[in-house]
Each structure stands twice: as structure tokens, then as C-alpha cells.
Ligand binder design. Structure first.
Ligand code: FAD
Length: 465
């Protein structure tokens, strides 16, 4: 295995798709068992309902939510209840309340003191009200956003799949997220308010990165399949009504900006893969893979699939970097048997991940004279992406959007703030961060499997035609 090079625009030459697919075939069963069979990793604490969108008015008639954006109430009345977008987007299953502070203190009093367990007791045993914002975080901790602890939600009971959420409301959110990518180039026309929120007003500011990738992808396709198919692909992509053009050329772009864009685009690609793979056929009422959905959103956009693989490499590297941390981790679920099982699974996974920067080498990032400022900018912009998630107008989508943003934020924190050889200065890792990281890895790992299946389905269909 050789490293997935963050500096390369499309880097399937080295850590190839096949290599990552091969690694994933071995790891997926562990990842999936951890996220579905353990309480620790299948319940996620977040603040889903109590926060307003901080960037625009998502109430009333403004197109920030599903009711006004796509499925107006009149339209929804025309479809059976179970197929209505709002019904599909609802959360299901038991939703445990977070124990209040007194209850937590009582539980804590029953646990052995930190000193009695030794110096290596994990942070998870320091109960969750101890969550504090660390300046090295890439996400806004849920508590800090609202002052409330939120609820535990079962991730198993609320699978990420097609919900019917879309249209102007969803586009507004994606647009705001991609706009966060226009950093590193000072924008003198920004006023102070924009600077303080980090939101840019330039509609094309972010697209440099996409343009470079698209151009490079096009060159690769032309090299591999000839000019005709390359041009066909370019034309096929040109019909988007999306305000940002993924196909334009551009010049300068530093590796950090490219990585930022690829993380977002790869996350978007994974969400698209899940909703296409568990799609509701509104004619038969059955759930299943929708090949057209895959072809349209992913297959005809190879750079999105490339970004998905990129994210897999990035998340794996971060999870692998936690190996030593996890061997000392206390799971503290109040059920010692469960904790043993959880720990066994997590260690099996950690040991199966290729060691060192073999899959993804982050050491080329944030070096040089601008490193400190660039890193801070990168971090602030990623925090803004996590804030934008409060603008998602569908409960289930918001749940998975928040979880995955937190998962990538955790991965970035581990990649850039953790020292594999000396953990003494590592920032603390919250339970919610760990849960988000492993579930995000599961999302992408499952997406890679789905993409392989979709490819086969598409080939079979083309062979029949
Ligand atoms: P969108 O996916 O909305 O994309 C908008 C534009 O972005 C496209 O036209 C294209 O130009 C560009 N684009 C698309 N993909 C990429 C990519 N990978 N990289 C770069 N650019 C890209 N819907 C569900 O059914 N289930 C969910 O769980 C769900 N979760 C969501 C979570 C979040 C945070 C958000 C914002 C939306 C979610 N949605 C979900 C909605 C879903 O992502 C789409 O917005 C919706 O299906 C409409 O799709 P679309 O074809 O209009 O394009």
C-alpha cells in the first residue's frame, strides 16, 4: 500500500480504488459490527431540535425547510402518508434523554476514582458534562451551541436513507457549505459581519477546487478512453442548474483547500450513495437501490467517487492513529460485558488498519510559513460547516449531517493535532467525537460497497440494452 497523496488532485494511481476496496473488504465487518452491535457506538448525543439556523431565516415562508421548499403541504396531501417527505424524514425508535447533572454526579460517585484506575483512564469515564471546547477542535461541541445537552438518538433505528428532502432548501444548505471553501485568498470586499461568521458572499469563490479536479478528471478520461468519451462526459455534466460550475478551469490552489473541498464533496457523495441505495420506489412502495439515481449523481461524476475514496483513506488514517489511545480507553457503558465486547471489536478494527501514514499522508499539510494562519482558517471554516447543519430542514438528514460533520471534524483533529508518538499534548477526545468518527467511517465504508454493487448493476443493465 502506498499513501493516498493529499497533494494530488485525483490520486487513484497510488492507493488505488482496488487497494482501498481490498482493505475495506477486510475492515467492513468489524466497522459494521461496532456500529450496530454496541450501545456505545449506536447511540449518539446531539442537539437536534433546539437550534435555529444561524445563517438565514429557516422559518415561515423562507426556503430553509422542507415544507416551503419542495414538498408544499398541498403537494404532500396528494401522496400516501408513509411516502410523504416529512414522514420519511422523521426520527423513529426510542430516544433516550440525557441524564441530568445530578444523576451523572451520582453515577460518577459510584465509579472508581481516576487515580485508582491508573494514569491511563480514558476520558469517556470523565462524564460528559465535562465537555469543554478546545481551541484545537474542528467542530462546535453540541453543548456549546445551545447550552443544552441534547438527546441520545438511536442511529440503528434511524438509518440514513432516502427521505424526500431536496429542492431549494437542501440546495441552499449545500451551497452554504461549499461556499466555506473560498478561503486563503483575502476578500477585501467582505464586511466585518461576514468575516465574523466566516460566510463568503462570492458565489464562485469556492469553485476553484472543483474546477481543477474536473479539468484533471477530464484529462484522465481523455487519456484513458479517448477524446470522444471525455468530451461526452464534459457535455453531460454541463447541464447543471447548480450555481457553481464544477467544470471551469482555475489556477492556484493549495493542498489544504483541495483537502477541504474533497472532504465536503466526499461527504456529499456518501450521502447521495446512501439515499440512492435505500431509495423508496414511490410506485411500488418498496425500498431498494435506484440505479438511475446512482448513475445521475455519482457514476457520471467520477471526481465525486474519487472524493469518497479520498475520505475513506483520510478517516482510516485517523482511526489508525488512535490505536494506542484506544487500547487504554474505558468504555463505561455501565455494563462490563458490553464494554468488553466493545473494546474487543474496537481493538480488532484498530489492529487491522494498516499502520502509519501508508494510506493517507497528512504530513504534507500545514507546513511552511503560512501554516499557522492557514490551519486556523481551515478550522474556522470547518466549524462553520458544522453550524450550517442546523439549517437542514429534515430531522433525519440533520441527524446524519451533524454526525458526519462531527466525524470528519474529529478525523481532522486527530490528523493534525494528535501526536502518534507522544500523546502527552493531545487534546481530549469526547465520547461523541469517537462515536461520530466510527459511524462516519461506517457510512463511507458502506458507501464503497454500494458503489461496487451499483457498478455491477449498471454494467448488467448496459449489457442487456
Ligand atoms: P444535491 O445533492 O442537492 O446537490 C446540489 C448540487 O451540488 C448538484 O446540482 C451538483 O452540482 C453539486 N453536487 C452534488 N453532489 C456533489 C458532490 N459529491 N461533490 C460536489 N458537488 C456536488 N436526502 C435524503 O434523501 N436523505 C438524507 O439522509 C439526506 N441527508 C442530507 C444531509 C444534508 C446535510 C443535506 C444538505 C441534504 C441531505 N439530503 C438528504 C438531501 C440530498 O443531499 C439532496 O440535496 C437532494 O436529494 C436533492 O438532490 P439534487 O439532485 O437536487 O442535488
Amino acid at each position: 500500500v502506498c499513501a493516498f497523496e493529499p497533494n494530488a488532485i485525483v490520486s487513484d494511481a497510488c492507493a488505488s480504488y482496488e487497494t482501498l476496496d481490498h482493505i475495506n473488504a477486510g475492515l467492513h465487518p468489524y466497522i459494521n459490527a461496532i456500529t450496530t452491535n454496541t450501545d456505545f457506538f449506536s447511540f449518539y448525543r446531539l442537539n437536534l431540535y433546539n437550534k435555529k439556523c444561524p445563517f438565514w431565516d429557516d422559518e415561515g415562508g423562507m426556503c430553509g425547510n422542507i415544507a416551503c421548499a419542495v414538498n408544499t403541504l398541498e403537494n404532500e396531501d396528494d401522496v400516501p402518508l408513509v411516502w410523504r417527505a416529512k414522514e420519511l424524514g422523521k426520527l423513529e425508535g426510542p430516544k433516550a434523554q440525557h441524564p441530568d447533572r445530578l444523576e451523572q454526579q451520582e453515577r460518577e460517585a459510584q465509579r472508581p476514582l481516576k487515580g485508582q484506575l491508573g494514569a491511563d483512564v480514558g476520558e469517556s469515564c470523565v462524564l460528559e458534562y465535562d465537555d469543554e471546547c478546545d481551541e484545537r477542535d474542528y467542530c462546535i461541541p453540541e453543548d456549546e451551541r445551545s447550552g443544552s445537552k441534547g438527546d441520545y438518538v438511536s442511529l440503528v433505528d434511524n438509518p440514513e436513507r432516502f427521505t424526500g428532502y431536496g429542492g431549494a432548501g437542501a440546495h441552499q444548505v449545500w451551497e452554504a457549505i461549499y461556499r466555506e471553501n473560498c478561503f486563503a485568498k483575502p476578500q477585501p470586499e467582505k464586511d466585518n459581519e461576514e468575516l465574523s461568521t466566516g460566510m463568503s458572499s462570492s458565489p464562485f469563490g469556492f469553485s476553484n477546487l472543483q474546477q481543477a479536479q474536473a479539468a484533471q478528471d477530464l484529462r484522465n478520461v481523455i487519456k484513458e478512453h479517448g477524446v470522444q468519451q471525455g468530451l461526452e462526459k464534459a457535455i453531460a455534466k454541463g447541464d447543471s442548474s447548480w450555481p457553481f460550475d464544477e467544470n471551469l478551469e482555475f489556477e492556484d490552489s493549495c493542498v489544504e483547500k483541495r483537502v477541504f473541498y474533497r472532504v465536503i464533496s466526499g461527504m456529499h457523495a456518501s450521502i447521495s450513495t446512501h439515499l440512492c441505495n435505500e431509495f423508496l420506489n414511490q410506485t411500488t412502495g418498496e425500498w431498494g437501490p435506484n440505479v438511475d439515481c446512482y448513475a445521475q449523481r455519482l457514476h457520471h461524476h467520477p471526481e465525486r467517487i474519487s472524493n469518497l475514496y479520498f475520505n475513506y483513506a483520510l478517516l482510516l488514517r485517523a482511526a489508525g492513529k488512535l490505536r494506542a489511545h484506544m487500547s487504554n480507553y474505558q468504555f463505561c457503558s455501565a455494563d462490563p460485558q458490553q464494554d468488553l465486547l466493545t473494546k474487543g471489536l474496537v481493538l480488532s478494527l484498530a489492529n487491522a488498519i494498516p499502520a502509519g501514514p501508508e494510506i493517507f499522508d497528512e504530513s504534507t499539510m500545514f507546513v511552511g510559513p503560512e501554516a499557522v494562519g492557514l490551519k486556523e482558517d481551515f478550522r474556522n471554516r470547518f466549524r462553520n460547516v458544522s453550524r450550517v447543519m442546523d439549517c437542514v430542514g429534515c430531522d433525519k438528514c440533520r441527524l446524519w449531517g451533524k454526525l458526519q460533520t462531527a466525524g470528519y471534524g474529529t478525523a481532522l483533529k486527530i490528523l493534525f493535532e494528535f501526536d502518534e508518538n507522544d500523546s502527552s499534548n493531545d487534546p481530549p477526545l469526547r465520547r461523541t467525537e469517537l462515536v461520530a468518527l466510527v459511524n462516519t467511517l461506517d457510512r463511507v465504508s458502506t458507501s464503497l460497497n454500494s458503489i461496487r454493487e451499483f457498478r455491477k448493476m449498471l454494467e448488467a443493465r448496459e449489457a442487456r440494452e
